[in-house]
Design a protein around this ligand. Structure first.
Ligand code: NAG
Ligand code: CA
Length: 232
């Protein structure tokens, strides 16, 4: 009769210990940002390394849109230090991107998706961002490959702009007019940080999450992410 509580206690111990053991042995490298978030959901957003195809391919995602849950119309300081959530939509922060791309020569990969599940990408052989003292200027090689085509070269060599810091080449304020923070000239062919407007909508010009060499003006993408990978 006294054995029953003993087995019950044993069972409880097993139930309590199994998850602990499981999480302790969970030393797998994160494949993407949601892995990192799942390991510890209290972690702040920041610079985390992921390994999509093993240890030789550290990819750092620095920009991500996927569901319109985060407002990307933010002032300079927010774009400087980053915002959002590593498991969802976010911007890593220009200061982080500057340091990451100074440390290692990096290529840029941009993945995107429309609302019917079509996917495409664009790749640039080299990508770096200058220091804040130089306006976080974008340094981009020529377009390398990808079915989405080149919509970013047009702003290569430009400083970063937000609604409260106009560093574009236009007489007006691109960030304010196209509701985003980004590298603008006069103004853009791609607006990854634009307004999330769920697909085709040309009622307001060029404010959406656009990549015009793939979808033209007036189509706001379902998902887009910008990531860097060190080049050997
Ligand atoms: C997705 O691709 C198909 C096939 O190319 C095309 O007909 C369709 O218009 C695309 N969807 C969108 C939303 O552009
Ligand atoms: Ca201007």
């Amino acid at each position: 009769r006294k054995l029953f509580p003993f087995y019950l206690i044993l069972l409880l111990l097993v139930l309590i210990l199994v998850p602990v053991v499981t999480s302790c042995s969970d030393l797998n490298l994160p494949l993407d940002c949601s892995d990192i978030y799942n390991q510890d959901s209290s972690r702040p957003s920041g610079v985390y390394t992921i390994y999509p195809i093993g240890t030789t391919s550290a990819i750092q995602v620095f920009q991500k849109r996927m569901d319109g849950s985060v407002n990307f119309y933010r002032p300079w300081d927010q774009y400087k230090f980053g915002f959002g959530n590593a498991a969802g939509e976010y911007w890593l922060g220009l200061e982080n991107i500057f340091h990451l791309t100074q440390r290692k020569k990096s290529e840029l990969l941009i993945d995107m998706e429309d609302f019917e599940g079509n996917k495409s990408y664009a790749r640039y052989t080299s990508f770096s961002v200058g220091p804040e003292s130089d306006g976080y200027k974008l340094h981009l090689s020529e377009f390398n490959s990808g079915g989405a085509g080149d919509s970013l070269s047009i702003v290569s060599g430009q400083k970063f702009s937000t609604f409260d810091k106009d560093q574009d080449t236009w007489v007006n304020n691109c960030a304010r007019s196209f509701i985003a923070g980004f590298w603008f000239s006069d103004c853009h062919s791609a607006n990854p940080n634009g307004v999330y407007r769920w697909g085709a909508d040309d009622s307001l010009y060029a404010i959406g999450v656009e990549w015009i060499s793939w979808k033209g003006r007036g189509y706001s993408l379902k998902a887009i992410s910008m990531k860097i990978r060190p080049v050997q």
